[in-house]
Design a protein around this ligand. Structure first.
Ligand code: PLP
Length: 376
């Protein structure tokens, strides 16, 4: 059996090697490392794929979140509602901009922001909500957008883990996640479903005014060289990364389908296993399985020891909810504030999932997991 990888970047490289080699040589030959035609081409391709009016590429997914919040022109002390069960970027950029993160607990089934707990956290200082489409599945966008309308809030969707997922809204229409709120953001970090070979990110919006501001903010607050209208940052996607992304976007649906097939097979293998909860799927969203995340009560430690001994990689996303992280204790949260996030962070384990995972690898992984749970 081939070595099991959490994500198989090398096999993926071989898939696109010929195509990107041609593009790379073209970039080297023209020395168009920054602002090459590949960056515009990729933005156009992604616009078509998402069916959105504007795509603004930037340097990484954390920058994308920061630029989105900067474009909303929030004032220090304004409150931003988000989830405590996600990667740190969201709360980090809120804190960096002098805003106040207000956490809302997650739904125990989907791990996403619990929409029915948001309203009680809205105050006159609340200006935005950042739902994260965690592990590849959409958060409950309709109720979030309704609250946003009623209270005049902005919604910034963190779509770093859900590129290609679709949300089915109340009217039965389906749209790509990241295009439903006022702004969507993503990361092209190599482990994401739509990835490059380094760092990259993007923002999407249908709003011309926000798009104009975000374009400027990425470029030192400027649209004309040496004229700075806004305080900005330097955040670019480079041409080499854009060339990789052009190749990967063409294959994104195929790769997401392969992940879904692997997830279905895991579901089948784990169906009858006592004490293991397979990922719940929302009936309002497709799932692109950025992660295949189980909940294992009490026995998680036995499983991780067994996996270590058997050279099976795994992930614990996320071991400590953000409200309990040392850097953010200043906001006054304590253990017990978000019981779902706290309990789930002690139970989750993500199994290897990627387009090259084989059935015999999956059978071996599940076999070892069952042995660990049975105590042998
Ligand atoms: C990866 C990720 C980010 C950050 O992206 P970077 O490109 O690493 O800065 C933000 N939010 C979520 C949910 C992520 O998974």
């Amino acid at each position: 059996m081939k070595e099991i990888k959490m994500v198989d970047l090398f096999s993926h490289y071989l898939d696109i090697k010929d195509e990107i080699s041609v593009a790379f040589h073209d970039i080297f030959d023209h020395s168009t490392f920054v602002k090459g035609p590949q960056v515009d081409q990729f933005s156009k391709d992604l616009k078509n794929y998402l069916n959105v009016a504007h795509v603004i590429p930037c340097a990484n997914g954390t920058d994308a979140l920061q630029i989105a919040l900067m474009a909303l022109e929030l004032k220090p002390g304004n409150e931003v509602i988000t989830t405590p069960f996600t990667f740190v970027s969201t709360v980090e950029v809120i804190a960096l901009l002098g805003l106040k993160p207000v956490f809302v607990d997650i739904d125990a089934e989907t791990f996403n922001l619990s929409a029915d707990q948001i309203e009680s956290k809205i105050t006159p200082r609340t200006k935005a909500i950042i739902p994260v489409h965690l592990f590849g599945q959409s958060a409950a966008v309709d109720p979030i957008m309704q609250l946003a309308d009623e209270h005049q809030l902005f919604v910034v969707e963190d779509n770093a883990q859900a590129m290609g997922a679709e949300y089915i809204s109340r009217d039965g229409l389906s749209s790509k996640t990241g295009t439903l709120g006022h702004i969507g953001t993503t990361s092209f970090f190599p482990s994401k479903n739509l990835a490059c070979f380094g760092d990259g990110g993007a923002l999407f919006t249908d709003n011309d005014e926000l798009a104009g501001r975000m374009n400027k903010i990425c470029n030192h607050g400027s649209s004309e060289k040496y004229h700075h209208e806004l305080v900005g940052v330097n955040s670019r996607l480079d041409s080499l990364q854009a060339a990789v992304l052009i190749a990967n976007l063409k294959r994104l649906d195929h790769y997401n389908q392969k992940r879904l097939e692997a997830a279905n097979y895991y579901d089948e293998l784990l169906n009858e296993v006592e004490g293991v909860r397979t990922p719940r799927r929302s009936n309002r969203s497709t799932h692109i399985f950025h992660q295949y995340t189980l909940r294992i009560k009490n026995k998680r430690e036995s499983v991780t020891s067994k996996f270590k001994a058997s050279d099976i990689p795994y992930g614990i996303y996320y071991p400590i909810p953000l409200h309990l992280q040392k850097a953010y204790v200043g906001y006054g949260y304590k253990r017990g504030d978000f019981p779902n996030a706290e309990r789930i962070s002690e139970e989750v384990i993500s199994l290897p999932i990627h387009p090259y995972l084989t059935r015999d690898q999956q059978e071996f992984i599940v076999d070892q997991l069952i042995k660990a749970i049975a105590g042998n």
